[in-house]
Structure formats: structure tokens, C-alpha cells
Design a protein around this ligand. Structure first.
Ligand code: NAI
Length: 416
């Protein structure tokens, strides 16, 4: 086997919080040493784990503060095996040249499927009928029950989830309208509309798939609800702040809206077992779920594989595609030079302070060692630069020393 820059079995990966086992399997398959634990340690225990880890995998509970990250001696990358990354001090990781990866789109389909289930559930009053049956009430009648076929679904926010909902809804014979602040390619026969108010007026079911930000805060309030069709339904699987719940309850109780499905709320309990307190409790034909839109075993597995793959690509190749806090660079594999046979090219991975002259200093130092640069990739983002240089096989240790000692260097690795 050719000598490598760092033995893979010495790369210590620590996966906390019961991350899907397929992630550990993929990382072990790469030859890394992987340690897994189900809990989310804090305090001294977490510091100890961070201190020795090359790669740290967490979900949403473990708080990687500036201090915790500061305790690391050899951390190369963090994998958030979830959607959000606010549990990590991204700035501290960035200034240490530690990319943070997550899996923003692995639960897209899960949310889309739940949305479709709710569209049918609401138009057939499924939860109301089921509740009655559990109480022993047999009430067989068709009044107010509809097929979704032929009805109009209005999708607000035509991004990853919204466009998947569009595909599934059309497959069931629904007419699909959508409204997005950006121009979006329509799937199938879906039709974009020019304004939210146009969408609200024309739809039998309105489903929200927008991000949470200042422009979407209370996007659906009393005025918007009043402009919806009588008997229409509202689905919110996006974020709690997008709907004014008091206004929604009033619209439902007045009989203007016939039903709603809510998976997200302005105030959600922070842990299982805590009471869910909300004005929407007890309102008829309202489906309530505890923020489980993206929570399926399939999504967990997909998240495990997605983040593990991003970590593998970064450790082995230097690719930062999908990182949320450093410039993204997609890199080719480190191939061998065709005319020299077996030896892999050397690759310098260099995070540095983004000031003029760093690149030319690198070139000069590498040229002084007689090494030939065969490829170069550079991306900068504000104060941070990430440059990757491929070189014909050379003396990796000397190159490493020459580049690492450039004053603007934040982090330098050389792979061969
Ligand atoms: P995305 O970023 O792919 O799509 C969002 C779309 O909304 C974009 O096309 C954007 O241009 C559009 N948009 C932004 N502001 C808008 C406005 N004011 N009016 C109309 N359109 C607007 O996001 P993705 O992945 O589709 O997620 C959508 C929402 O679903 C997010 O809020 C996300 O947090 C939430 N979500 C909820 C989950 C759950 O468990 N219930 C799981 C995953 C995501």
C-alpha cells in the first residue's frame, strides 16, 4: 500500500446522540476509528470527547459553544446530523478552519407526504370521525366530506418541500397553484400565481412551505384568512410564526375555514412530556402533530448517510460542499499522474485569513521547494479563504511546513 499522509485508522470520529447506525457503518467502512454514544454529554465529559476527536457528529442537543470548540486539539470537521446548526458556534468553528456540515434536505419527502396525508385527512374529516368512533359514536354521513381529486391546492413557498408536494398532489388529480417570492420552475401542470392574495382566493387547501424570517412572520393573519374560500383548509408544516393562531382559531370557530393541520407552533415544548399549551387545542377538525413533519426513520437514515458522506469527502479529499460556515469547494479525487504511475498527487488544503498576497506567498514557497502545482481551487467568503493546491508527488512534509508557517494560515493539511 502506498504511504499516506495520515493513517486513516488514527482518524477518531465521535458520534453522539444516537446518530443512525448507517453513518457509523459508512465512516468505519472508510477505515476511520468510530466511537458512538446515545446521549448528549455536557461539561467535562463533552470537553474530553471534543479534545481528542478529529470529527464530531452531533444532533440538535449537544451545544458546541466557543469554549467547547476551543478545547479541541485536532478537530477537522463537525457533522450536524439534523437540519439546524444553531447548536454550534459557527463563527468559532469558522475561525478555527473547521467546516460544519448538516443535512438540510433529507426530510423533504417526509414533510411532503405528511402534507398530502393531511390534505386528505382534512377533506374527509378523518380525525373527527376517528375521535367519534373512539367515543362509540357511529355517524355515517357524507356531508362535508370531499375527494381531493379536482380540488385546488395552493402552495406558498415552492422550494424543496413545496415542489415535492406539488408533484404528489398532481398525481392525485389535484389542481396545483403556487406562490413564491422567487421565480420557480413549475412541476408538471402546476401554475404559478402572481400574489399571495390570488392564491388564497383560488385555493380549497392552502399549504405553507416558507422559511421563518421577517417577511413570513404572521404571513397568514386575520385579513389573509378572511380572503380564503369559505370551507377552505390551511396546513402549516413550515414554522410556527408564519400563522397568527388567534386569528386562525377565530376563523375556524366562525365556520369560515373548515379545518387546519398544524405541525409547528410559535411556542413548542422543549422536551417530550412537557405540556403543549396553545389556543388551537380542542378546536374541531384541526389536526395537531408535535413537529414531526420531517421525523421518519427514512429521513433519519438519509440524514445519517448524507452527513457521513460529506464528512468522508472533506476528510479524504477536502471537499467542503454543503458546509454552512466556510467557503464551499467541490474537489475532484486526487488522481495519480498518468506518466509517473502509482503515486497520488499531493494536495494542500489551506484555510487562511482572506488578505491580499497569501496565494502568491504559497506559490513562491512551493516553487522554492521545486514542487510543481498541477491544479488550484480557491474560494473566499468575507474574511476567510480556502485554497486547494494539487501538486505532482513531492515531499509532503516539507510542503506542509512551508505552507503552514505562512502568517495568515488558519489551518493547513497536506494529503497524499
Ligand atoms: P426551501 O428554502 O427549499 O423553500 C422555501 C421557499 O419559500 C423558497 O422557494 C423561497 O423562495 C420561498 N419563500 C421565502 N419567503 C417567501 C414568502 N414570503 N412568500 C412566498 N414564498 C417565500 O425550504 P424547504 O426545505 O422547502 O422548507 C420549507 C419550510 O419547511 C421551512 O420553514 C422549514 O423550516 C420547514 N420544515 C419543517 C419541517 C417539519 O418537521 N415540519 C421539516 C423540514 C422543514
Amino acid at each position: 500500500m502506498p504511504r499516506t499522509s495520515y493513517p486513516k485508522e488514527k482518524i477518531r470520529v465521535v458520534l453522539l446522540e444516537n446518530i443512525h447506525p448507517k453513518a457509523a457503518a459508512m465512516l468505519r467502512g472508510e477505515g476511520f476509528s468510530v466511537e458512538t454514544t446515545s446521549g448528549s454529554p455536557d461539561g467535562a465529559k463533552l470537553l474530553k470527547l471534543v479534545e481528542d476527536a478529529h470529527v464530531l457528529g452531533i444532533r440538535s442537543k449537544t451545544q458546541l459553544t466557543r469554549d467547547v470548540l476551543g478545547a479541541s486539539k485536532r478537530l477537522l470537521a463537525v457533522g450536524c446530523f439534523c437540519i439546524g446548526t444553531d447548536q454550534v458556534h459557527l463563527g468559532a468553528a469558522r475561525s478555527a478552519g473547521v467546516p460544519v456540515f448538516n443535512a438540510p434536505f433529507c426530510n423533504t419527502r417526509s414533510v411532503a407526504e405528511l402534507t398530502i396525508a393531511e390534505a386528505i385527512g382534512l377533506t374527509r374529516q378523518l380525525t373527527t370521525k376517528s375521535e367519534q368512533m373512539h367515543k362509540g359514536v357511529w355517524d355515517k354521513n357524507a356531508s362535508g366530506a370531499h375527494e381531493v381529486r379536482g380540488r385546488t391546492l395552493g402552495i406558498v413557498g415552492y422550494g424543496h418541500i413545496g415542489s415535492q408536494v406539488s408533484v404528489l398532489a398532481e398525481a392525485m388529480g389535484m389542481r396545483v397553484l403556487f406562490y413564491d417570492v422567487l421565480p420557480k420552475l413549475a412541476m408538471g401542470n402546476a401554475r404559478p400565481v402572481r400574489s399571495l392574495s390570488e392564491l388564497l382566493k383560488e385555493s380549497d387547501i392552502v399549504t405553507l412551505h416558507v422559511p421563518s424570517n421577517a417577511s413570513t412572520k404572521n404571513l397568514i393573519g386575520a385579513k389573509q384568512l378572511a380572503s380564503m374560500r369559505k370551507g377552505a383548509c390551511l396546513i402549516n408544516n413550515a414554522r410556527g410564526g408564519v400563522v397568527d393562531l388567534d386569528a386562525l382559531v377565530e376563523s375556524l370557530r366562525s365556520g369560515h375555514l373548515s379545518g387546519a393541520a398544524l405541525d409547528v407552533f410559535p411556542d413548542e415544548p422543549s422536551a417530550n412530556g412537557q405540556e403543549f399549551i396553545s389556543v388551537v387545542r380542542g378546536v374541531p377538525n384541526v389536526i395537531l402533530t408535535p413537529h414531526i413533519g420531517g421525523s421518519t426513520e427514512e429521513a433519519q437514515e438519509a440524514i445519517g448517510l448524507d452527513v457521513a458522506e460529506k464528512l468522508v469527502k472533506f476528510v479524504n479529499v477536502g471537499t467542503t460542499t454543503g458546509a454552512v460556515n466556510v467557503p464551499e469547494v467541490e474537489l475532484p479525487a486526487q488522481d495519480a499522474r498518468e506518466d509517473t504511475g502509482a503515486a497520488r498527487r499531493h494536495r494542500v488544503l489551506h484555510f487562511h485569513r482572506n488578505v491580499p498576497g497569501v496565494l502568491s506567498t504559497m506559490h513562491q514557497r512551493i516553487a522554492a521547494l521545486g514542487a510543481n502545482i498541477s491544479g488550484e481551487h480557491l474560494r473566499t467568503q468575507d474574511d476567510l479563504g480556502y485554497v486547494v493546491l494539487d501538486m505532482d508527488p513531492t515531499d509532503g512534509k516539507r510542503v506542509h511546513e512551508a505552507v503552514r508557517s505562512i502568517p495568515e494560515t488558519i489551518r493547513c493539511r497536506v494529503l497524499w
